[in-house]
Write a protein that binds this ligand. Structure first.
Ligand SMILES: Nc1ncnc2c1ncn2[C@@H]1O[C@H](COP(=O)(O)OP(=O)(O)OP(=O)(O)O)[C@@H](O)[C@H]1O
Length: 313
């Protein structure tokens, strides 16, 4: 049956269950479902559609597929990896990404630019063993960020995500949290128990992504290291927006500290817990213990993926 003849209510796909796409139909602008089913049919991929948040975790936990693709944005990928991690299936399952989300930051970082690209790469693309981040027992693939207000990521709109990419969440916080006072933090690494102490505007811990001022945001995902960027909150200079933030990340102001470490403990000093984002999922904690699980995720990557991206200047 051709795709145009297929009744929309009874979509089919050609899969036998060995390759499963966990698909979030409301990710992005929600208009990709026909394309997704057509390509799933072509590539023999079984589709499981989520009905609500959390379904992708459950589907990934339950599956016996050899390959599980996350059809959605960063949130769906996060849930898929979490489900596989919780069910201890990462060793035996290949993970793929079909980017139907809004920002699709992670997909871009691993060289997957379109839905068609995602299917092509899951079918015949290179497999790489990339690191997984774990923070207080919860896995993340892209980044952990401290210094956000709880509503910041949900208020980040699609245009911001497109034009600013990784800086969108941070910039948005700066705009919406006029009274944001920064966080009194201590950061400990295996090499240095006082790696950083002070008032931070943001701590950006990158596993799959990193935070340069300009240019490619793909981190080295296979080195067992987090790339950490700490932006100090200076009492004299309020962060006022995107231009300031870009200047700050430019590092010539002395407000930026960059660290690399396989493990990290971020402690919030004083009374209140801090809010952290793990791949966009919010978490409240007084201390965040982060560690890398080197090469724990077998991932299908596109041609533009670079196993050893040049260091940030
Ligand atoms: N059927 C559904 N209905 C409503 N929400 C859903 C459904 N399935 C998943 N979700 C939730 O949708 C949220 C957003 O998904 P996702 O991050 O994949 O897309 P996005 O926000 O468009 O993309 P990105 O994160 O890359 O910008 C997730 O938090 C997920 O829990």
């Amino acid at each position: 049956m051709t795709s145009s003849a297929r009744p929309k209510a009874v979509r089919t796909d050609g899969g036998d269950g060995s390759r499963v796409l966990v698909y979030n139909p409301v990710s992005g602008n929600g208009s990709h479902t026909d394309e997704v089913y057509d390509l799933a049919d072509e590539y023999d991929v079984t589709v499981r559609e989520t009905k609500k948040g959390g379904d992708a975790i459950a589907f990934a936990r339950e599956t016996d597929a050899d390959l599980v693709a996350a059809g959605g944005g960063d949130g769906t990928l996060h849930e898929v990896v979490r489900g596989l991690y919780e069910a201890e299936k990462l060793d035996s399952t290949t993970v793929a990404v079909v980017p139907t989300g809004t920002g699709n930051n992670f997909a871009g970082n691993v060289g997957i630019e379109s839905i068609a690209d995602g299917f092509e790469v899951l079918d015949g693309g290179e497999r790489r063993a990339i690191d997984l981040g774990v923070a207080n027992g919860q896995p993340f693939v892209n980044s952990a960020i401290a210094g956000l207000t709880a509503d910041a990521s949900s208020e980040t709109d699609a245009d911001q995500k497109d034009s600013l990419g990784v800086l969108a969440y941070v910039v948005n916080t700066v705009r919406t949290a006029a009274d944001f006072e920064g966080l009194d933090l201590s950061i400990e690494t295996p090499d240095d128990e006082a790696a950083w102490t002070g008032k931070a505007a943001f701590v950006l811990v990158g596993n799959g992504r990193r935070f340069p001022v300009e240019g490619r945001t793909q981190a080295n995902m296979e080195d067992g290291q987090f790339e950490v960027t700490v932006i100090e909150d200076r009492p004299t200079g309020k962060l006022v927006g995107e231009a300031t933030l870009r200047r700050l990340l430019g590092s010539d102001t002395g407000n930026i500290t960059r660290l690399e470490a396989p493990e990290l403990a971020v402690s919030v000093n004083g009374g209140e817990p801090g809010t952290f984002s793990l791949d966009g999922e919010m978490l409240s904690a007084r201390e965040l213990d982060l560690e890398t699980r080197p090469n724990a995720v077998t991932l299908c990557v596109g041609e533009a993926y670079d196993p050893t991206p040049p260091a940030v200047e």
